[in-house]
Design a protein around this ligand. Structure first.
Ligand code: ZN
Length: 134
């Protein structure tokens, strides 16, 4: 599963695909989408910078065992990564627990944080790809 550590890279990628597939069945989760402004921001900054932002937000908002205002710490807009966090159910420890069985009240390991970052970026990549399909 997505959260088991020591998986080889391929398995992580596959489980990210699984996670994205499940999220598509949620009306609420799939309602989060990048708009034109978000896409421009991502193109302007570049993927690496956005990934660093993702890493910072995960650390700030999720890494603590009991983050401040848990459940309300992630705005609905203002940065493409915020949308990615809601779109992937990585917005708070409650959702991480519900969707991915991540134990609450326990700090996230570096590995767990990195997996969240990968999932967020996979969501971003998918949204950016969709631009040409529309
Ligand atoms: Zn949440």
């Amino acid at each position: 599963m997505f959260w088991d550590s020591r998986k080889v890279y391929n398995e992580i990628v596959q489980s990210i695909d699984e996670a994205l597939g499940k999220l598509k069945h949620s009306k609420f989760r799939s309602s989060f989408r990048l708009n034109e402004k978000d896409r421009e921001y991502i193109k302007e900054k570049g993927r690496d910078v956005i990934e660093n932002h993702a890493r910072d937000f995960v650390k700030q908002k999720l890494a603590d065992g009991d983050p401040l205002n848990d459940g309300k710490q992630t705005p609905m807009r203002g940065h493409p990564i915020f949308k990615a966090m809601h779109g992937t159910a990585c917005c708070c420890r409650g959702c991480l627990n519900k969707w991915y069985k991540v134990p609450r009240h326990t700090p996230l390991t570096e590995m767990q944080q990195e997996k969240i970052v990968r999932l967020l970026m996979a969501w971003i990549d998918e949204q950016m790809k969709e631009e040409t399909d529309e």
